[in-house]
Ligand binder design. Structure first.
Ligand SMILES: O=C(O)CCC(=O)C(=O)O
Ligand SMILES: [Fe+2]
Length: 198
């Protein structure tokens, strides 16, 4: 049941409070229009939110998030997941900001996380190695900034060994016109149906 604490994350069933606090309702729409990819028309119309997470990266103990692509966890046909990551506090090199591979969203999906009943597996799709850390670029972000990226973009974040926390709020959104895989980890039931922005 929600909320569930997972590796320093809290999965939130509702995010209206954050949307109001951050005044972000329009930002994702503008950005998705700009992407001009599978959902150019209107995120308000077509976007469906599958997961909202409050991420605590606490001072000194905040853990690493390894290289991954968000489409691994939010598969759809065609791939449409877009990540909206809001810095609730300044994210810096010291406290574990995001790192990404420039242009990496043009590469293949490497793996798919499958949930079938109680069984979870990672299906290998492509042998392309994760990028060398030396080519990654850091995305330092001031509190209140939005970092938005394609679901195929490889990204990671380093541990937080600093005395300063790095809290963030993230939305994973797919295009409601695509087929969301029934084997994705996050599934909604009638009691907690998937929702759009309106
Ligand atoms: O904030 C982080 O450390 C990782 C977040 C992430 O991978 C995501 O929001 O997709
Ligand atoms: Fe991610």
């Amino acid at each position: 049941m929600f909320p569930t604490v997972l590796y320093g994350y809290v999965l939130l069933p509702f995010q209206a409070t954050f949307l109001v606090l951050l005044d972000v309702r329009e930002a994702p729409v503008a950005i998705c229009k700009g992407f001009g990819r599978v959902h150019p028309a209107s995120l308000l119309e077509w976007g469906v939110k599958h997961q909202t997470i409050y991420i605590f990266k606490q001072p000194g103990i905040g853990g690493e998030v390894r290289w991954h692509q968000d489409a691994t966890f939010f598969d759809s046909t065609p791939i449409s997941v877009t990540t909206f990551w809001f810095a609730l506090e300044d994210a810096t090199l010291d406290n574990g900001c995001l790192w990404v591979e420039p242009g990496g969203h043009r590469g293949p999906l490497r793996e798919r996380f499958l949930r079938e009943g109680d069984a979870i597996t990672m299906e290998k799709l492509d042998g392309t190695p994760w990028p060398d850390d030396s080519i990654a670029v850091p995305l330092e972000a001031k509190a209140g900034s939005l970092v938005c990226f394609h679901g195929l973009l490889p990204h990671y974040s380093a541990p937080n060994r600093s005395p300063v926390s790095r809290h963030a709020f993230t939305l994973h959104v797919t295009d409601g016109r695509t087929a969301y895989s029934p084997k994705n980890w996050i599934q909604r039931d009638a009691g907690l149906p998937v929702r759009g922005f309106i």
